[in-house]
Design a protein. Structure first.
Length: 257
């Protein structure tokens, strides 16, 4: 399975999954149809699936136009997004599995950014390979999504599920927010040498207009403050010893950053 990252709108990424042997493709969170249709044409691939993580317009905006071109494609989303994702046909919950070519993704229910948000996790196809996580606006490189419809406790629970996945998992998040996220992270975790090094790396990449997505989950665990609510220095920074309250206060500070 080859994964293509297609930029869209101001800072969204659309991900196109391609199975060259079968000449089929699937798309994760098509903000727009045009870049997807163009790449499908170049690949001479048939679109068989649209995997939506949540209902926001910058994640589902291309659904209808893609279906006009590929009426047989199946639209997947979370069960609680019923009525909010255009032309949704499959209503997924935690533990469900979805197939693309010879790969099978596990569905994680990860509410917080929205109340229905799901993520798709493809375990490595053979030992030594990387896993692939499509997490929409739940976990970002260096940050996490805003809480529009969920509580801090829900988001901590959701991020905990993601944190249990192997370090060698690529995190395909839906926005290029990494530099700003790491600038915030440095204000709450400045003594973290892994974070300092990552900031310098990402700064250079953005200066060269390179994408910073995907990241590696192992790097997120070491540097992303929104996976580190148990770290004593972060708890001290927000004057709490409670994981959920620590997370909530960090998220509140980021909202103001
Ligand atoms: Zn969103
Ligand atoms: Fe978004």
């Amino acid at each position: 399975m080859q994964i293509y990252r297609l930029p869209a709108l101001s800072d969204n990424y659309i991900f196109l999954l391609h199975d060259a042997d079968r000449q089929i493709a699937a798309v994760v969170d098509p903000a727009k149809a045009e870049p997807v249709l163009k790449r499908l044409q170049e690949l001479q691939a048939e679109l068989v699936a649209i995997f939506n993580t949540h209902h926001h317009g910058d994640h589902v905006g291309g659904n209808v136009r893609l279906l006009n071109a590929f009426p047989q494609a199946i639209v997947y989303g979370g069960t609680d997004d019923r009525g909010r994702i255009p032309r949704q046909q499959v209503f997924l919950q935690e533990g469900n599995r979805v197939t693309f070519g010879d790969r099978v993704a596990e569905v994680l229910f990860v509410p917080g950014h929205t109340r229905a948000h799901i993520a798709y996790y493809f375990p490595p196809s053979k030992p030594g390979d990387l896993g692939e996580l499509f997490c929409g606006d739940t976990l970002f490189a260096g940050g996490c999504g805003r809480l529009f419809e969920g509580t801090p406790a829900q988001m901590v629970n959701s991020l905990s599920k993601i944190r249990e996945l192997p370090d060698r998992t690529r995190v395909w998040c839906a926005h290029e927010y990494t530099l700003k996220n790491l600038q915030f992270a440095l204000t709450v975790d400045q003594q973290n040498p892994d974070l300092q090094a990552r900031y310098e790396l990402v700064k250079g990449m953005r200066d060269r207009s390179e994408a910073t997505v995907p990241s590696l989950l192992g790097d997120e665990k070491r540097t992303n403050p929104f996976l580190r609510w148990e770290q004593p220095n972060l708890q001290a920074r927000v004057k709490s010893q409670d994981p959920v309250q620590t997370f909530a206060r960090l998220r509140g500070m980021k909202d103001q950053f």
